[in-house]
Design a protein around this ligand. Sequence first.
Ligand code: NAD
Length: 413
Amino acid sequence: MLHEAQKTFEQRGIKGAAGLSVDFEKMMANKDAAVKKLTGGIEGLFKRDKVTYLKGHGKLTGPNSVTVAMNDGGEQTITAKNIMLATGSEVIEKLPFVSVDEEQIVSSTGALALKQVPEKLVVIGGGVIGLELGSVYERLGSKVTVVEFLPTIGGIGIDSEVSKEMQKILTKQGMTFKMSTKVTGVEKTGGTVKVTTEPADGGAAESMDANVVLVCVGRREFRDGLNAEEVGVALEGRKVKVNDEFQTSVPSIYAIGDIIHGPMLAHKAEDEGAMVAEYLATGKKPHLDYNNVPSVLYTHPEVAWVGKSEDQLKSEGVAYRKGKFAFAANGRSIANMDTEGFVKVLSCKETDKLLGVHIINAIAGDIISGACIGIEYGAASEDLARVCMAHPTVSEVLKGASQKTAFGKAVSG
Ligand code: NAD
């Protein structure tokens, strides 16, 4: 809101934006209250549905038993016909030369609990978390430098055309990117932190000072103290091995989410958990199409995609059609003063079946749902192009891009 006010209020004729400032403590308290309401809501659901909630660390002690080291002391062992593992992932914080203290050198956990907006923030890793949290602090006034080992930002699976455009947009917002660069040292020096970098393929070292360094170089499966392998749960690499019904090599034990295959995303884990519950309770066999799990970067503007990227289609040798429509030509986006970004629709050259949709927009994460529905039901780009969509809305750009893909031209834009 602050960023929007600073960017648009004067032009819109709303006075006073120049005098706005942030009470960061209050902002964080409001965020904490939202988190508490949501997690408290889940506890409420447990009560309603008569789910017993044991607060403690669970350890498998057999195919049908879990022993819990209770947070408030003591141990409790429970037995069950079935067990579902959903232990998730943890931040990889241990670059050999970095020690995270969650105050000056922080992971995403510490970055969500800073006491003040840092004047200078260095972000190590320009993936999902680096862009999301880096851009939040940049919009709150920090001078942000992102150091990324690869030549592209946005993490795994992002379409390279989208990644390039997003880098341009974030650079315009004020973020600095040091691409193809590795961090070789992070050292606390008095009140600040000195970050030393080198070009990824060798070259002269440089250094910069930061008030806070955010380390976000990925997450890894969390299985500490779970005792899974000891009771016979097989792994494939670092992942727990499961069959199509999320059953591990121990038939009574199931696993879902970040500890099994697929992207480490909350909505993917949620759907898998619900499916396991459905298998066990009803014997029905619903399935999840992993090609249709959307990814969203919650930056401003957001980035969202579903299905294949152009890079993937090229490397798989798939012939495709491509249509792109910019938000700059969309009435609602112009009125909203939010014209950055585009929708790109990719379909099979021969059959026109939708293969992938990629969006940069303030509400890309919401617009992508239309594309998910299309892909889930096997739509062609022409199907989306012929859906009647309300005018004036931002979502119409999905229709415009689909028209470009299906017919090579669109009604407007
Ligand atoms: P990431 O895998 O998205 O990005 C890590 C980045 O760090 C990569 O671009 C990598 O090249 C770079 N990197 C690795 N080592 C480096 C080094 N030494 N120096 C410089 N760069 C280095 O990981 P993340 O941002 O930490 O997020 C972790 C995971 O959490 C994501 O993969 C995602 O699954 C999940 N997540 C998702 C969302 C979302 O969906 N909106 C939000 C937060 C987290």
